[in-house]
Design a protein around this ligand. Structure first.
Ligand code: CP
Length: 330
């Protein structure tokens, strides 16, 4: 894998390899010394032109736990604020000899463009309303663990597809502005899950009927049939007009309220990529419920980003068998 730009670029075997390696990487989180030598001498730059808590810090932690040198550059505080273009910024940073750029940008396609300007590896950390592939990978990692803990035999059945085959996952809310939804639809389709998109008509993307997913405007219709519900943040900062009459009406139609929590299948997983608007798309009862995986998703972010950085920077030619086991015998 040279770059990670879209979930569509990943085959089932590549996804499986990333998730399996992330399982091994996750053991580092429980160690007193959280350090593997795998990416010693490599330099990763986090180039963030949009705010982030989870993605930026987990990419930084992931790189550092793999012994890479990690530098953070954000629009505020960089020469972008003096009018330097994206292209000049990317070329400037790449000219310093970095191995990988992790890019978040408000323009859809910015990481793809960057990958054509430079030789370094490019990882998409969220571009506009287009994609957020590492979010979809960490969501799949979290759900795979959840499904396996509910049915331990599923891991031994015919490969990884069985973890998601027959599972119904609803993605609910502001679909129009959601890069998380787009990457998840692509990844979950490859994994063999049934995806149902739920949104008010005003937040249903145009052309959604051609997506590899069912869609409905009636959340209550699908609630009891889901193995997982993935709630999306209402992205008010990307909304120029009135997409719904009021916050209260949005919650009545599309919020995961206490009442809807009670209508979920027992054990159905609750996910949210964060940051959450508590009281709008998700109630505190749902966010903090026993079957909420929201903090598991955050923890998975580090493991997945370690796995992806290693796959891209550490092991392309050699075996990616186990940097964790290799480190253990040193
Ligand atoms: N899920 C996600 O991308 O969160 P951040 O914006 O905090 O990185």
């Amino acid at each position: 894998m040279r770059h990670l730009l879209s979930a569509a670029d990943l085959s089932l075997s590549e996804i499986t390899e990333i998730l399996d390696l992330a399982e091994e990487m996750s053991t580092v989180q429980d160690r007193p010394v959280k350090k593997l030598p795998a990416l010693r001498g490599r330099t990763v730059v986090n180039l963030f032109f949009e705010d982030s808590t989870r993605t930026r810090s987990s990419f930084e932690i992931a790189g550092k736990w793999l012994s890479a040198d990690v530098i953070n550059v954000s629009a505020k505080g960089s020469s972008m604020s003096k009018g330097e273009s994206l292209r000049d910024t990317v070329l400037t940073v790449a000219a310093m000899g970095v191995d990988a750029l992790v890019i978040r940008h408000h323009a859809s396609g910015a990481p793809w463009q960057a990958s054509h300007w430079i030789d370094a590896h490019v990882l998409n950390a969220g571009d506009g309303t287009h994609e957020h592939p590492t979010q979809a990978l960490l969501d799949a990692f979290t759900l795979r663990r959840h499904f396996r803990s509910a049915d331990p035999s599923s891991a031994e059945r015919n490969g990884q597809a069985s973890d998601f085959t027959g599972k119904t996952i609803a993605i609910v809310g502001d679909l129009t502005h959601s890069r998380v939804a787009r990457s998840n639809v692509l990844l979950l389709q490859t994994l063999g899950a049934e995806v149902v998109l739920v949104a008010p008509p005003t937040l249903m993307p145009s052309g959604v009927d051609s997506w590899p997913a069912a869609n409905t405007t009636d959340f209550d219709e699908v609630l009891g049939a889901c193995d997982a519900v993935m709630m999306l943040r209402v992205q008010r900062e990307r909304m120029s007009g009135g997409y719904f009459p009021s916050a209260r009406e949005y919650t009545i139609g599309y919020g995961l309220t206490r009442a809807r929590l009670g209508a979920l299948r027992p054990g159905a997983a609750i996910c949210h990529p964060g940051p959450m608007n508590r009281g709008l798309e998700i109630s505190a009862d749902a966010a903090d419920a026993a079957n909420s995986l929201i903090l598991d998703q955050v923890a998975a972010g580090v493991s997945i980003r370690m796995s992806v950085l290693y796959q891209i920077l550490g092991g392309a030619e050699e075996s990616v068998a186990s940097p964790v086991r290799e480190a253990a015998v040193r």
